[in-house]
Design a protein around this ligand. Structure first.
Ligand code: SF4
Length: 309
């Protein structure tokens, strides 16, 4: 008896859904698994380290110092070859984490973490939900919810966002999440699959990072982080119904990509070939595409559940 070949899994998460305005971009990212050859990204590592701190901080099992140390241990190898003018340093990270703990003392910042059926805190909740399959492929809805719990008693999902956006633009930063694919996707997933009785609210836990000023340093004050949270973002049944309709149409498009490569959607490029990571391929003639793929991209299986930074 022969073993049937393993099915190819197409992971669909919020960040890849944001690319789907151009089907070809989604196809290259999720189905072809093409990504730009690794460039050392210490800023992303900084963000991941902050997330590791927050996970342990809200889990509540470790002392605050130990939570900080876990983040620093993760970041240290990424900080060995920083550019000369970089300010995302280990010291900056430590001071930012200390500021966070001072501003939002555990148990006193409104955030209560829910527990799962085994009593484990619901932080960094990964989900991988089989949604559809045929003989060769399966579509799995996936992602990571940073924290599932309550905020001052209101059930909500909390998303930690480290950003270099300037704190004075925090209002527009938060407004960007009002009708965001990620917030709507997580809300929809939480009620449809994860046992929430109603659409949970979303809270964006904003961590605005910046270069510390010399003026503050002279006064021995650290001003390299501003901490601010969004209001609770909520959706009506009607909005969720419309989102679900959009999502189902996109999932149909993704099924179609299994047999037919999508055409480029140039109107989705924010400027001509400006902002999508695949512009080199779209600009080149077909006979150069293979060479360009080898030169600039590496092939992986797109799996958001394995992302570290
Ligand atoms: S460069 Fe434009 S057309 Fe090409 S994949 Fe990116 S978004 Fe699509």
């Amino acid at each position: 008896m022969t073993t049937p070949p393993e099915k190819t899994t197409i992971f669909v998460d919020a960040s890849s859904l944001k690319k789907i305005a151009c089907g070809l971009r989604f196809y290259r990212n999720n189905l072809e698994g093409l990504k730009l050859k690794a460039i050392h990204n210490y800023k992303m590592a900084y963000g991941t380290a902050f997330h590791k701190f927050l996970q342990n901080y809200y889990n509540g099992a470790l002392a605050e110092d130990a939570c900080i140390q876990i983040a620093l241990d993760y970041f240290t190898p990424h900080a060995t070859q920083l550019p000369e003018d970089a300010w995302h340093t280990g010291t900056h990270l430590r001071k930012s984490l200390e500021s966070y703990a001072q501003t939002y003392p555990r148990g006193g910042d409104g955030i209560e973490v829910a527990k799962d059926t085994e009593g484990k805190p619901k932080t960094e909740c990964k989900f991988a939900l089989p949604f559809w399959n045929n003989t060769t492929h399966q579509i799995v809805l996936s992602g990571t919810i940073d924290l599932d719990g309550t905020y001052y008693g209101t059930p909500c999902l909390i998303d930690h966002k480290t950003t270099s956006s300037l704190p004075q633009f925090s209002k527009s930063f938060f407004e960007g999440y009002d009708m965001d694919i990620q917030t709507m996707f997580y809300t929809w997933i939480a009620k449809t699959f994860l046992g929430h009785a109603d659409w949970p609210a979303i809270l964006i836990n904003g961590i605005f990072l910046k270069r510390p000023t010399q003026k503050a340093a002279k006064l021995e004050i650290f001003d390299g982080v501003n901490l601010e949270r969004s209001g609770l973002i909520t959706y009506t049944d009607e909005q969720m119904k419309r989102f679900e309709g959009w999502l189902m149409r996109k999932l149909e498009e993704i099924k179609g990509m299994i047999t037919q490569t999508p055409q480029p959607e140039y109107s989705a490029c924010k400027q001509s070939f400006g902002l999508c990571e695949y512009w080199k391929l779209c600009r080149a003639s077909a006979d150069l595409e293979t060479d360009l793929k080898t030169m600039h991209y590496e092939k992986t299986s797109y799996n958001p559940l394995t992302f570290q930074d």
